[in-house]
Design a protein around this ligand. Structure first.
Ligand code: ADP
Ligand code: F6P
Length: 472
């Protein structure tokens, strides 16, 4: 049996650099989570090579090289410009992304996007059918590909399929706004296993099914339930995704990271570094966080000259107007706060808009005394777990949004905040700044133990157990 991972994006993007095609690492939680799994088990990753449109021999060659480096095979699903506009920017990121994150008022419900979504799901199904044998495990990931199982059935291919949703699933009142709600709900039941990040997401989905799809029967109890519809049974469960914690720990202890973390610490001097690391996305609550930081500076004069917020943003989905507007809003807020508070020799915010290597990222995690993970809504948020796994000296504090999936697992040992509550965010920043070392250590040890115990390999095992035919 081989493992076939399918996601919209491959773990690399193909770009033209100095006249040659290159594969560069793609950023995002899905890629971080699934890369160690394929490295360990081997197999195939099917997805869109993103970036620019290399095709034909160029694409085969560059993906061949990337497969050798990765240690598993990368197979492309080539998307046309129309596919990218309608399926990726249009339906996936302009409709599903906001609806799934409770932000349906940001959604653009265009019939043409829906048509493109169905067509591209069929395209993925055709590529999967070329590669999947009857005994292979086909793991399909995320909201871009919710119709792939039904598309596979339509072309007469019936490998066993498992689906995992990396985003949240919203409550009925939000999800019912989607004009194609029944098709999506039923499309998911065509998979053999459907995984959600939290029990709340799973229950939201089941509630939507109960209310919107006649004839559904939900059976069983515990983390994985059986759902019957028209003679088919799907297993539906909650499986909080994670990271390769040991890998982050090893990196954090490496000489390379220690050197870079030392350089950052020297530059920061005595400043208490609070760090934010996010993809450019309106779900991440970056402006809310900046406003909370500004309020902390206003309220607590002792922070002046003693605290530094480092905000790292990785570019993402920039052709979508909401993302461009967000970039402008962040630029403006950072400018205003630095303009208002900078004193000779000290500026309160250091803002970087780019992707970093994992070594540099882990060095930043190590150098930061406090981590701010404050999304308005997030499926899980792996940055929070990466920070803790990298905090080998157990001296960091984590400020965490109660609306991140991570909060269900780790909330108890963090400073939990509602990102819309500016005063509450300022309270948490001040509390973290003043938190004594023994309290930091006590909390961080609990966080690290929990992440080490339920890492990505634990996730794989729990997902596979749910997929066992014996679980029927
Ligand atoms: P999402 O899946 O919505 O992007 P996550 O927090 O789950 O959110 O995952 C983000 C991933 O992207 C993490 O693995 C993180 O290390 C990576 N990442 C975020 N910002 C950067 C950056 N500037 N450079 C490199 N990787 C980044
Ligand atoms: O679930 C998070 C996610 O949407 C992944 O599916 C995706 O790979 C990642 O964020 C980055 O987004 P994009 O692929 O649109 O750049």
């Amino acid at each position: 049996m081989s493992l076939i991972v399918v996601s919209n994006r491959l773990p690399v993007k193909i770009l033209e650099k100095d006249g040659a095609w290159k594969a560069i690492p793609a950023a995002g939680g899905l890629v971080t989570a699934m890369t160690p799994v394929l490295k360990q088990r081997g197999g195939i990753w099917i997805g869109w090579p993103g970036g620019e449109t290399a095709g034909g021999d160029d694409l085969t060659e560059v993906l061949g090289q990337a497969s050798e480096t990765a240690g598993y095979d990368l197979h492309p699903v080539e998307l046309t410009e129309e596919d990218v506009a309608g399926f990726y920017h249009g339906f996936s990121n302009g409709v599903l992304w906001p609806v799934l994150h409770d932000l349906h008022l940001h959604a653009h419900f265009e019939e043409s996007y829906w048509k493109s979504y169905r067509e591209v799901n069929e395209k993925f199904a055709r590529v999967i059918a070329e590669h999947a044998g009857a005994h292979d495990a086909v793991w399909i990931h995320d909201y871009h590909l919710m119709l792939v199982a039904s598309a596979l059935r339509q072309i007469g291919a019936s490998p066993r399929t498992e689906f995992f949703l990396h985003t949240p699933f919203p409550p009925l009142d939000i999800f019912s706004n989607l004009p194609w709600r029944s098709e999506i709900l039923q499309g998911l039941l065509e998979f053999d296993v459907v995984g959600f990040q939290t029990v709340r997401d799973r229950d939201n989905y089941l509630h939507c099914l109960n209310e919107l799809v006649p004839g559904v029967a939900i059976e069983g109890s515990g983390r994985v339930l059986r759902v019957r519809l028209g003679g088919r049974v799907a297993h539906v469960g909650a499986f909080p995704i994670s990271i390769d914690a040991a890998h982050f720990e090893t990196m954090a202890r490496s000489g390379e990271v220690a050197e870079e973390a030392g350089r950052i610490a020297t530059r920061a001097g005595n400043l208490h570094v609070v760090l934010g690391v996010d993809r450019l996305d309106y779900t991440k609550g970056i402006p809310h966080r900046l406003k909370g930081f500004r309020r902390a500076l206003e309220r607590e004069p002792s922070l002046e000259g003693h605290i530094l917020m480092v905000q790292l943003v990785v570019p993402s989905r920039e052709p979508i107007p909401e993302y461009m507007n967000l970039k402008a809003e962040i630029d403006q807020l950072v400018g205003e706060i630095n303009g208002d508070f900078t004193r000779s020799g000290w500026a309160p915010i250091h803002y970087l808009f780019r992707s970093l290597s994992q070594t540099d990222l882990v060095a930043l995690y190590r150098a930061a005394q406090t981590m701010l993970v404050t999304p308005l809504k997030d499926g899980m948020n792996l940055v929070a777990k990466e920070y803790c796994a990298s905090n080998v000296d157990e001296s960091g504090a984590l400020i965490l949004s109660e609306f991140a999936g991570t909060a269900a697992q780790l909330g108890e040992h963090t400073l939990l905040v509602n990102p819309h509550d500016t005063e509450g965010m300022a309270d948490a920043i001040i509390q973290a700044y003043q938190m004594p070392p023994d309290e930091r250590q006590r909390r961080m040890r609990k966080l690290r133990n929990s992440i080490a115990a339920e890492d990505i390999f634990w996730w794989v095992d729990s997902f596979l157990q749910a997929a066992e035919p014996a679980a029927v």
